[in-house]
Design a protein around this ligand. Sequence first.
Ligand code: ADP
Ligand code: MG
Length: 339
Amino acid sequence: MFKAIRGLFSPDMAIDLGTANTLIFVRNKGIVLNEPSVVAMKVKDNTIMALGAKARTMLGRTPEAINVVRPMKDGQIADFRATTVMLRHFIEKSIGGNFFTRSPRVLICMPCQSTEVEKKAITDTVSGAGAREVFLIEEPLAAAVGADLNIQEPHGTMVVDIGGGTSDIAIMALSGVVVSESVRIGGDELNNSVVQYVRQKEGCVIGETTAEQIKIKIGTAMAVNDVEELTVVGHDLALGVPRTFTLTSDNMVDALSTATAKIIEPVKSALQRCPPELASDIANSGIMLTGGGALLNGLDELMKLETGLPVMVAQDPLGCVVKGCGKILDMDYMEHLLM
Ligand code: ADP
Ligand code: MG
C-alpha cells in the first residue's frame, strides 16, 4: 500500500539529455525514445522545421535560410528555446496521448559539479517542456547503475563517461560521488581531429558527419594488427573539386592520439585525488567506460596501458545513463540519490 502511494509521487519518466543524443525511459515501458539532440529552424522566424534524427541528416547540408543547431553544449543547455521545444516534442512522443501521464514527473541527470544556476536552468527548461515536477540526479551515478555496478556499498567504483561534448570521470561509494573530473573533450573533438588530420594530410576538407563516420568505421586509439582501409571523398582545397583518397586505421591512431590523451589525463588525476581505501578497491574492480565514446576501438586498451588498471566497456554504452535512471526510478532509496 505504502509503495503504491509513493509510486504516485515518484517520476514517471527519466531523460538523458545528452550533447549528442537524448534518450527517454518511461516507467513500465523501458526506453521509448532515442534521438540525436538536434533542432532545425528557419533563420527568418525561428520556426522549427525538424527535430532529432531528421534534423541531424540536415547538418552541414543546409541553405542559408535554415539553421541546424545542437542546443546542448558540454552537458549544459546552450540554447534554451531550442532545448525546450525539442524536449516538449520528445516528451509528447514518449508518453503518447495518455491523459494521466500527460504532464509527467521527470527524473533528469546532470553533470557533477553543476552550479545552482545550471540546475535551475535545467529544472526550468524541463518544466517549460511540460513536466509537472523535476528531479535531478548526478549523471555518473546513473551511468554506474546502468552498467550494473553496485553504488550503494562502501566499495569504490569508477566510471568514465565519454559523451559528445565532454568526458566525465567519477569515483563513487555509498551512493555518492567522492571524486569527479570533467574535460570538454569527447566524441565531437575526436571528429574534429579527423577533420584536421585530413586537411593536413590530404589537403582536403570533409564535413563533421563524414568525419564521424570515418571515426566509427576505422577509428582506433591504438594500432591494430589487421589494418583497415576506407575510401573517402573530400573537397580538394587546391583544385577546388571533390577528390577520392584512402585512410587507414593507422592514420586514425595519428589523428586521434592527442584527443585520446586529453581524455585519459583527467582519469589519472582523478585516481591521484582518490582516497587510498577507494583507490585499492578500484585497483581490483577497475574502470567502467560508458557513453558513445567508449565504443572507440582500442580506447579501453590504451586506458589500461596508461593507468595500469583493468578497464571494461559497459554492455550498452550509449544507453547506460538512461537505463540507470530507469532502474533508479524503481529503487526504494531514490531520494538518497537526488541532487
Ligand atoms: P552524449 O551523452 O553527450 O549525448 P553519447 O553518449 O550519446 O553522448 O555519445 C555520443 C558520441 O559517441 C558521439 O560523439 C559519437 O560519435 C560517439 N560514438 C558513437 N558510436 C561510436 C563508435 N562506434 N565509435 C566511436 N565513437 C562513437
Ligand atoms: Mg551522456
